[in-house]
Design a protein around this ligand. Sequence first.
Ligand code: FCB
Length: 447
Amino acid sequence: MTDRHDLPPGFRWGVATAAYQIEGAAREDGRGPSIWDTFTAREGTVRDGHTGDTACDHYHRWHEDVALMRGLGVDAYRFSIAWPRVQPTGQGAVNGAGLAFYDRLVDALLDAGIEPLPTLFHWDLPQALEDGGGWLERDTAYRFAEYAAVVADRLGDRVRSWITLNEPFVHMVYGYALGNHAPGRALLLDALPVAHHQLLGHGLAAAELRARGGAVLITNNLTPVRPASGSAEDLAAAEAYDTLHNRLFNDPVLLGSYPDLSAFGVSADLGGAVRDGDLELIAAPLDGLGVNYYNPTLITAPADPGLPFADAPIEGVPRTAFGWPVVPDGLRELLVGLRGRYGAALPPVTITENGCSYPEDLDDQDRISYLSTHLDALAAAAAEGVDVRGYFTWSLLDNFEWAEGYHQRFGLVHVDFDSQKRTPRASYAWYRDLIARHHTLHARRVH
Ligand code: FCB
């Protein structure tokens, strides 16, 4: 039987984090305010009023965190760059101290034999841009491309690959449609221009990165969608949800067109947001698709009119502390489905996030089981012909889990948020041994 050890030679093992979730130092060295600073300062937005002001204090402890990664033996590290550290108001003037932080980090990673894989936008938009309308405004896409160029000018001599956006679907839905994430707007379907402007930002930034010799990926949060029954109503509902969650952000990038959104009463130009030439930019060839997978989604026909779908609970499977269903084979199903849908238009895939929150324990056997079963599913997808190039566990450290604050712990490394002490869990040693075994089996470098 295929298992995780059969993942191909040259496969990249990594861990992932994001700036607002780990850095802290929210007001240091000229960093401008981001929408997450504003959002977390508002009462009732985040569980127990937690904020990312200090988070894991990675801004000061990055040395220790790089050492933890060196100890793991990872090939690569996916982190994100805080736009408001680089451009405090999201445009124009560059903050040298902010850029210098990432410059030092990249050097330290390379010294440790770890490839840096930066994400340029992991949801922490400069507040000044939000004040002008944020991603509802087309102009934000152009500002994003400018920022990408600034970062690539500084780091592009050492960074080979870039991720433009993290999960534009989640940012649109939670940030602008429902409002449980920053910037906290609840516009429902009127949030759809946010999809197009993020994707346009991706396309414009991709051109800047490529012009500087970089390889470009985008990271989408994807879920295999299952209808609750074989009824025509459930099938139609599942198709509508699949279109919104998966196709809305994959089709433009991979096929150069938007999917049919008529089930949502939305026009093909997303309410006038799409202009001539945009889709050509968005569909410029990608070097890889980043896929974040956590769980599948079960969909039924809605009881009330409104949205053309409703969520249903997945029964009979274990759940993480977050309540997310644990369905490892969903990862294989998702990847094989992607290849079926996009065929030759699907670039090589990297799993840029996969992981789970469990209680604080250091002996986290549940996490080991989650990761090992998902890696077996990934190997099964590879055996079925999907070109998978890497896997990044979410996350290196327990960190600020957005609306859940510090309540959901996803780390291979436990963090005591009072003392900032880091303690590797059992899953850290397990992952380290797995990586070492894979490197040995395939005679790659051993750290
Ligand atoms: C993803 C986010 C990441 C993290 C995980 C648990 O949606 O990209 O920042 O919060 O979920």
